[in-house]
Design a protein around this ligand. Structure first.
Ligand code: GUN
Ligand code: ZN
Length: 777
């Protein structure tokens, strides 16, 4: 079998083979085509595949009374009847039983201010005075990055506690107020859209953009830094606050910039309050309507999300329909600020529908709960003679908001292929809900309505993001992890002729194979933390003292596979695959910044880390493409150039196929081991100094090894790996060979150490001894 690598569900089969091990969103699985993270939950499923305002409930809603949801690597691989799907759950994956609960797509809040969590529920004012008195002073506090970090952390956690997995978020004018939010969203794996607020008039100087040019430059910088950035689910939105706070120049440039980056969103406030409309008409007398202020500056089209829209005329709603601009309905805010009642019926009229999402608008809104927001939306509708049913309320809070944000192909649904963000709602969460839902008719419409009107965060049993549970009610904090094991190491002890027992560093957590190499007097280790963020730590040992590991630090990149390390010409190189690209960073010991910038070796796509080693004064790299074919490339530091990828051919002229290679220079030769496929022995070969490759041979007795590793130590070549058996890597083996007898000894178990991370062991010589590092079960 081969070692872990992350893949999307396989379209050609049931998409789930090769998976095993524990349930609950952390399953990690090796197999013929790589590791999978599998989650399975059972419950009453509800989602939408169309707009009930247009096609009616029957055609729009999907309801599975005894349903099963299977998520593979962050996406929904199956959603349907439990009985039809249970056979597809891989052996060993525990199905989490939520049969008493309703499972819907994670809520999507289409307008909210994270910078207002500190002043929500501030008494007594209407919009314009409220902005001056509470919002702007609080917004200025976000010039302090630490204050912003605290706000962002609290905000993300509160969203998840309320079952909200995606939001379109206003920040402040300071670019770092966007950085810290996107950083937190990435930490929790959430899909978040946000942007720097653009505003250059009618607010305190310290909050305003200093110039339109600088605001655009900062916006461009943030788009380049964050928009659809690999390893995150972040999306950028251009954010002019509202016409009252923006000059014509600012709006013009915002429109131009959006044209330059059409895949980002555009988000603003419009027609929330009657005084605002009045002032806006005075400021822009040349515009035919208040909404035209945005249209005239190129800011209305699909991808525009307008908060409020309470005072839009029927003609302006026509404009929204015509341009594709969506409206975020913010009922708790419109009530709290006395702004007015949004006319949902006018907006959604089937002859001229406008895309509408639901939104909390905290801190104008008074709750981050989308259930509470549905509750108030119902009442606003009731006042307008339009009591909105629960099906439509849940639509607005999920697929409706996702459509408004042009994300309905990714989120807002439990349809197969969608990102696996969902919320588990408990109709028995409180005595009142329990009584009400037990007494009701049991129909899904009735249960949803009771949840909407009586529920809040307390009704959220659990929240899942990309198939991982990130919130569990009553539990203090759910760690956002794929898999979480303590780090351990061991070394071969010459005196006793055996390995020392596991040396566990319980505070260092992660999984996959930790790469180790000796460099500049230390034993360097780069590993994947539980969220696959790469970290490094250095072990130093002097004389006979025991040695210590440094506090791990982040390399600032994510890889969904392990890494490879190699010292070469005074630098330590770290190679990894990121979104199919083969990337590397390097460091020397003098650098103030520990690791240099990321570079890419272009021309080959790979989901695995390449094997690397210095040999014959070049850095040699062996990588595996998507079809498991292997390719060589070499680098010379004096030119900084790569030789280019060359397919690796065997004696018959066929390209060598396999996975997870490890290479090492030894006795003037270049040695390779690799895993050829399911249940076959590890294969090995070597290249003579003359350039001839030896025949590829089996390293007998190693079948079931995921990621073999080799290293040169004290005149011998060593190999190490872990046998995979019945759902676990149970034992670690090692073998040696000498210069004169190029044959491996029979692999033997290392009984002193345990490997529980489904991956294998790093291996290197350091300080005169042979070291291995791994994550242990
Ligand atoms: N209009 C302009 N800025 C804001 C804001 O921060 N909140 C609300 N509710 N409306 C606005
Ligand atoms: Zn707002």
């Amino acid at each position: 079998m081969n070692g872990p690598e992350n893949m999307l569900p396989n379209e050609t089969s049931n998409g789930l083979e090769n998976a095993a091990e524990e349930g609950d969103g952390r399953s990690v699985v090796p197999g013929g085509s790589g590791a999978r993270t599998v989650t399975a939950v059972r419950g009453r499923l509800v989602w939408f595949c169309d707009d009930p305002f247009l096609v009616g409930t029957g055609a729009a809603m999907r309801h599975e009374k005894d349903g099963l949801l299977i998520c593979v690597d962050g996406r929904i691989a199956y959603s349907g009847p439990y009985q039809d799907g249970i056979g597809r759950v891989p052996e060993g994956v525990k199905v989490v039983d939520y049969r008493h609960c309703v499972i819907t797509p994670g809520f999507v809040d289409s307008h909210v201010h994270y910078t207002q969590v500190g002043m929500v529920a501030s008494y007594g004012e209407k919009l314009i005075n409220w902005l001056d008195k509470f919002v702007y002073p609080e917004g200025m506090k976000y010039s302090d990055k630490k204050y912003a970090e605290e706000g962002a952390e609290l905000f993300c956690k509160e969203l998840l506690r309320n079952g909200t997995t995606t939001a379109l978020v206003f920040t402040s004018t300071y670019p770092h107020s966007v950085d810290v939010l996107f950083d937190r969203a990435a930490k929790y794996g959430m899909r978040i859209a946000a942007g720097k607020v653009l505003m250059d008039r009618n607010a305190p100087e310290a909050l305003l953009d200093r110039s339109v040019e600088e605001a655009m430059e900062q916006t461009r910088g943030l788009i380049d830094k964050w928009h659809n950035k690999a390893g995150t689910r972040n999306v950028y939105a251009v954010m002019p606050r509202f016409p009252l706070a923006c000059t014509r120049d600012m709006l013009t440039e915002a429109g131009r910039l959006w044209e330059e980056y059409p895949s980002v969103l555009m988000h603003s406030h419009i027609a929330e309050n009657a005084d605002e409309v009045f002032e806006g008409r005075k400021l822009f007398p040349e515009c035919r309507t208040y909404l035209d202020v945005l249209d005239d500056h190129g800011l209305l089209r699909a991808g525009t999300v307008l908060a409020h829209g309470v005072h839009l005329t029927l003609g302006e709603l026509d404009t929204c329909h015509r341009t594709g601009a969506a409206i975020a309905h913010c009922p708790t805010s419109n009530l709290f600020l006395g702004s007015g009642l949004f006319r949902l019926r006018d907006a959604t009229t089937p002859s001229r529908p406008v895309t509408v999402g639901l939104a909390t608008d905290v801190g104008g809104g008074t709750s981050l709960s989308m259930l509470t927001t549905m509750n108030e939306a119902y009442k606003v509708g009731a006042l307008d003679g339009n009591p909105i049913d629960a099906v439509r309320l849940f639509y607005l809070a999920t697929l409706g908001s996702a459509r408004a944000m042009r994300m309905d192909h990714q989120i807002g649904s439990l349809q197969r292929g969608h990102e696996a963000d969902f919320v588990v709602l408990d109709p028995r969460a409180t005595p009142l809900l329990e009584k009400r839902t037990r007494t009701g008719d049991g129909s899904i419409e009735d249960v949803l309505f009771a949840l909407a009107l009586l529920g809040d965060a307390e009704a959220v049993e659990a929240t899942y993001v990309a198939g991982r549970r990130v919130h569990q009610r009553g539990r203090k904090e759910e760690k956002a992890t794929w898999s979480d094991f303590p780090f351990a190491w061991s070394r071969y002890d010459w005196k006793s002729g055996s390995w020392i027992p596991d040396q566990v560093v319980a505070t260092t957590r992660g999984w996959r194979l930790p790469a180790i190499d000796a460099f500049a007097g230390g034993l360097h280790c780069v590993y994947n933390d539980p969220t696959d963020l790469l970290h490094w730590t250095v072990f130093t040992k002097k004389d006979d003292r025991p040695g210590t590991w440094s506090k791990p630090e982040s390399l600032g990149v994510r890889s969904h596979a392990s890494v490879a390390l190699a010292p070469y010409h005074d630098l330590l190189y770290c190679f990894y695959s990121r979104d199919g690209k083969i990337c590397w960073k390097s460091r020397d010991d003098q650098m103030a910044k520990p690791w240099g910038p990321e570079r890419e070796i272009p021309g080959l796509s790979s989901q695995q880390p390449p094997a690397v080693t210095a040999y014959n004064d070049d850095l040699h790299v062996l990588a595996v493409d998507g079809e498991r074919r292997m390719h060589w490339n070499t680098y010379h530091s004096s030119t900084g150039a790569w030789s280019g990828w060359e397919p690796w051919k065997d004696g018959n002229g066929d390209i060598v196929k396999g996975g997870w290679p490890s290479i090492a220079a030894y006795a003037g030769r270049l040695y390779v081991v690799y895993s050829p496929g399911a249940d076959a022995d590890v294969r090995w070969t070597a290249r003579d100094p003359g350039g001839e490759w030896w025949r590829h041979r089996d390293l007998e007795g190693t079948a079931g090894t995921g990621q073999p590793r080799i290293a040169h130590y004290n005149g011998l070549l060593y190999a190490i790996g872990s046998w995979w058996e019945s759902g676990k890597y149970q034992e670690t083996w090692w073998a040696q060979q000498g210069v004169d007898v190029p044959e491996w000894t029979t692999p033997r178990s290392i009984t002193q150490i345990r490997t529980g991370s489904f991956s294998g062991n790093g291996l290197t010589a350091y300080h005169g001894q042979l070291y291995t590092a791994y994550f242990t079960g």
